[in-house]
Design a protein around this ligand. Structure first.
Ligand code: UDP
Ligand code: MG
Length: 148
């Protein structure tokens, strides 16, 4: 089954959106396989966003991610990478549809509350980076009520 890496950024934690965001993934029917509240250091944030290191917003992005605790999660389910990105909404909250997390809770691109892996390959790398000790192997008893 496909997995994705989702992170509630420091603004999402400070603004008390952790329960709301987890609830959206849970109610959709995805399964939580890893969850931790943690602060990350600069080198770790730079590694997570290594693909964006040449972008003009990179330093500000790293400062943002290390500015407070984040909630790192692994969610599992059918097409969870693509569907997770839809639940999150467009990168720029001005363009995120209402009903998406960024559309409902964010205004500025540099404070857009949440991260989600953009492909199965990035998810694999990000999960390995954030959960080096692995995740929790379990299956929800609701599985047959969510999957045909
Ligand atoms: N970002 C920014 N300014 C930009 C583009 C991106 O501050 O012009 C930040 C924003 O927080 C975004 C993150 O950099 O979520 C990573 O950018 P990416 O293009 O990967 O967007 P995402 O995958 O998060 O939607
Ligand atoms: Mg991205």
């Amino acid at each position: 089954m496909e997995q994705t890496f989702i992170m509630i950024k420091p603004d999402g934690v400070q603004r008390g959106l952790v329960g709301e965001i987890i609830g959206r993934f849970e109610k959709k029917g995805f399964s939580l396989k890893g969850l931790k509240l943690m602060s990350v250091e600069q080198a770790f944030a730079e590694k997570h966003y290594a693909d964006l290191s040449s972008k003009p917003f990179f330093n500000g992005l790293v400062e943002y991610i290390i500015s407070g605790p984040v909630v790192a999660m692994v969610w599992e389910g059918k097409s969870v990478v693509t569907t997770g990105r839809k639940i999150i909404g467009a990168t720029n909250p001005s363009e995120s549809a209402p009903g998406t997390i960024r559309g409902d809770f964010a205004v500025d691109i540099g404070r857009n509350v949440i991260h989600g892996s953009d492909s199965v390959e990035s998810a694999r790398k990000e999960i390995a980076l954030w959960f080096p000790d692995g995740t929790v192997g379990w299956q929800s008893s609701l599985h047959p009520w969510i999957y045909e």
